[in-house]
Design a protein around this ligand. Structure first.
Ligand SMILES: C[S@@+](CC[C@H](N)C(=O)[O-])C[C@H]1O[C@@H](n2cnc3c(N)ncnc32)[C@H](O)[C@@H]1O
Length: 216
């Protein structure tokens, strides 16, 4: 996905947040070595991962959900921010990609914190209890599914809980959507700002992230 800021500034950002540890560096290197750029490029960047860890910590989360795990970078960042005893439910459809994630969860000592559910994420989310008990959710999967993920997650988010949606700018194409994925994300972006259940802010981090907090 095209960066929306000057690449040189993007590189500067990468070197001005808490550095990635060896596990995350090795995971990024293995992902790029093993998969074609079109797939490897799906991985969240290091600065976005650091942002996720910080947001999870600031939320004091113990119960987190991720939609779109791939090889595991963002899941490690989320799981590391959870309070002791916290759990992350990681949703994906790919055994192949998430087998890399499993290896790195092991290396990071996070296997007791992360449960992987291989199934279409919407079915997984809809099967969760309807109670508002989720503290933190990160959505980074198929873009046409974003509106449904939002609708499944908002009622399950506790008051004060936080959701993060990735790629909300679609390389800037939300201004003039050209395909179904662009239209789905642009439509959801418009809907979120009128949803009185939540407050939100869109940040120009990489391809754009929206932070959505359920009102108290
Ligand atoms: C952009 S990647 C996620 C990147 C990941 N957050 C990371 O940091 O590496 C999108 C992932 O969503 C998964 N995905 C696509 N459609 C899905 C669906 N309907 N349900 C669950 N996962 C899906 C893909 O298999 C892929 O691993």
């Amino acid at each position: 996905m095209a960066d929306i800021i000057d690449p040189a500034v993007g590189d500067y950002l990468l070197t001005h947040c808490t550095p990635a540890d060896e596990v995350l560096r090795d995971l990024a290197a293995e992902t790029w070595a093993k998969f074609p750029p079109g797939a490897a490029g799906m991985q969240v960047s290091h600065d976005e991962g650091a942002l996720l860890t910080m947001l999870v910590r600031l939320t004091g989360a113990t119960n987190a959900v991720e939609v779109g795990t791939f090889t595991g970078y963002s899941s490690i960042c989320i799981a590391r921010g959870l309070r002791p005893g916290g759990r992350l439910l990681a949703c994906d459809v790919s055994e192949e990609w998430t087998s890399v994630a499993r290896d790195y969860w092991q290396r990071a000592g996070l296997t007791d914190r992360i449960e992987l559910r291989i199934a279409p994420a919407l079915a997984t989310l809809r099967a969760l209890p309807a109670d508002p008990v989720i503290d933190f959710a990160f959505v980074d999967a198929d873009k046409t599914g974003y509106p449904d993920y939002y609708d499944a997650l908002v009622p399950r988010l506790r008051p004060g809980g936080l959701m993060v949606f990735d790629n909300v700018l679609r390389g800037g194409r939300v201004l003039d959507p050209s395909d179904d994925a662009d239209r789905a994300v642009a439509g959801l972006n418009d809907r979120i700002v009128t949803d009185e259940r939540v407050e939100s802010v869109m940040l120009p981090v990489r391809d754009g992230v929206t932070l959505i907090r359920r009102r108290d």
